[in-house]
Design a protein around this ligand. Structure first.
Ligand code: SF4
Length: 119
């Protein structure tokens, strides 16, 4: 039996979970959301990626930085590849919050979207 000790980050209470992946059981959770989080974190951890994209003018000159995030969490193991992909992108104004700047990031089916208006 291999137990994993995980802190639930679903709410500020931060319960200490013990997850048994083989038995698919979670203890230490104060509510059902902790069991769902604990099993997911132990088997397929995911994270929302936040970063910035360089915004350039028509000549390719740097203008500003645009904060971006993945529209949904992606597998934690893809974090570094995702950051590299985001770093390589250049965007042009105008940008509206929610605009897709990278569709289907790393074939995850998840888009990278703008987090603010930059008009
Ligand atoms: S188990 Fe429930 S109460 Fe505890 S941190 Fe997670 S969401 Fe919050």
């Amino acid at each position: 039996m291999s137990l994993q000790h995980i802190t639930c980050i679903t709410c500020p209470r931060g319960c200490s979970l013990e997850v048994d992946v083989e038995a698919q059981t979670v203890t230490g959770n104060s509510c059902p959301r902790g069991a769902v989080y604990g099993l997911a974190e132990a088997t397929n951890p995911v994270r929302t990626v936040t970063s910035t994209v360089r915004v350039v003018d028509a000549d390719g000159e740097f203008v500003d930085m645009e904060p971006v995030r993945t529209a949904k969490p992606i597998p934690k193991g893809l974090m570094f590849a995702a950051m590299k992909e985001i770093d390589a992108v250049r965007a042009n104004k105008p940008i509206r919050r929610g605009d897709v700047l990278i569709p289907n990031l790393l074939n995850t089916g998840v888009d990278v979207i703008a987090a603010r208006d930059l008009l």
